[in-house]
Write a protein of this length. Structure first.
Length: 182
């Protein structure tokens, strides 16, 4: 029996079992509908690979489907966590102690972050500006803490040069002088 036919024959069994499997493995963090969507997407992705003859004839189709489904569920959970963290309105900027009309965080830093190209670097800096520490950012994005440091360094360098336009002339010259001397 060819792989495509094996995949089609397995569809009903897979869909009946996978939604419940994902629901239990995700501890209810994904709705039943979301689990069903993940299982459908996994099936479609595997079907595309079969159609493109990217899978060998001896592949264990059930295990391949289960792995694909689980990976998609993990990606979905990570995306939810990122959305939850970036949409959290409980984190606000500290009040301006000098009672000036300009809040640099709100007026300069956040718009500069938003102007950055959408990337992991931007996401790291957004989460850091909301007060998250490296461990929380690493967990939210599902990446190694060392990668967080590299992304943040690059993002902060980019922001520093962008925000340099707003530094008063006297302070800018002093900063450049210290950099040359240091």
């Amino acid at each position: 029996m060819d792989l495509g036919q094996r995949l089609l024959d397995y569809y009903d069994t897979f869909m009946a079992q996978e939604t419940q499997f994902l629901r239990s493995m995700c501890n209810g963090k994904l709705s039943e509908q979301a689990c069903e969507d993940v299982a459908q997407e996994a099936f479609l992705r595997v079907a595309r690979k079969v159609a493109a003859t990217q899978l060998g004839p001896g592949v264990k189709i059930g295990a391949y489907l289960r792995t694909t489904s689980w990976n998609l569920a993990v990606d979905t959970l990570r995306a939810q966590k990122r959305t939850d963290l970036t949409d959290d309105t409980a984190l606000v900027a500290a009040p301006n102690p000098r009672n000036e009309d300009v809040d640099p965080l709100k007026e300069l830093v956040r718009p500069a972050i938003e102007a950055m190209p959408l990337s992991r670097r931007r996401t790291v800096v957004q989460l850091q500006s909301q007060g998250l520490d490296d461990a929380q950012i690493s967990a939210a994005l599902g990446i190694d803490p060392a990668r967080i440091h590299r992304d943040r360094y690059a993002a902060v360098s980019e922001l520093r040069s962008e925000l340099g336009k707003f530094i008063r002339d006297g302070h800018r010259k002093k900063t450049q002088r210290e950099r040359k001397d240091g």
